[in-house]
Design a protein around this ligand. Sequence first.
Ligand code: FAD
Length: 287
Amino acid sequence: MKDLIIIGSGPAGVSAALTAKRRNLDFLWFGNKNLSPKVEVAHRIDNYPGLTRVTGLEMNHIFKEQIKTEKLEIIGKMVNQIMKMGDHFMVSAGSDVYEAKSIILASGVMMGKFMTGEKELAGKGVSYCATCDGMFYRDKEIAVICENKEFEEEVLFLANIAKKVYLFVNYESRLQKDNIELHREKPYEVKGENKATAVVYKVMETGEERVLDIEGVFVLRDSINPNTLLKGLEMDEGHIVVDRLQATSVDGVFAAGDCTGRPYQYAKAVGEGNVAIYGVTQYLNRN
Ligand code: FAD
């Protein structure tokens, strides 16, 4: 049983992890070993104190060096579910489960939009976790929407189970397997009454709308809707509602960074990550 689990490896998660170490907390840290795609892609950053006109790649490199110096370890797995169990939490990532007394959500916000019907059909044929739900689709035809090359291992895992995988990617992919059909289009709708039965996309060359019948949809992206991760979180227009100590509506759960709302900025994310640890230590002392 850990004191804390931090979810997210962008500036908010990095700041929380550095401060948690200073506070001697016994914690686990989940995220992307490359930290944050949103840091890497920034062309030039002029508004972060202490760094003059750095590129996103340079900033990411500095964060990585600091993490290495502090001997912090990121567990490179996506967290797909958090459950409150009385006075502690169970966190599942891949096929493993971890326990902690408190949680910091520093998971950023999703770039782009949900597909029409996606939220309504989440858990009803729309899944975000290949290892958790893959087995339900043995010998079935599924769509996999993969938004980051790093998740291709999960795509292969699914292709080893399913009869056919219609793979939709927004980057150059070299994945090859007999039962994988690669598409460069982006589906914009999931259809189905109580269960996902089709995805809809426009054929790139002709613009023609195509409805593809499937038996399940896996969405593999960098960020999972906080509500899907943890039931009962109070949200406001897609952001997690927090108080001045970054505490959410669920006792023991704190949130920091873009996921709590605008402005979407590094300095704000880093500041909130720091405050969240203050909130966590107060919470742990009380309980
Ligand atoms: P993110 O940086 O989004 O990091 C979240 C991390 O959590 C990601 O690595 C993600 O993979 C991980 N994660 C999410 N869900 C899970 C899960 N379930 N399990 C495990 N890991 C998970 N801001 C500025 O201040 N100045 C700028 O010049 C600037 N330029 C920008 C340029 C671009 C092109 C973009 C896109 C953004 C820019 N920003 C800028 C905004 C800045 O990038 C964000 O405000 C900042 O990255 C937010 O940090 P965060 O830690 O909240 O989230």
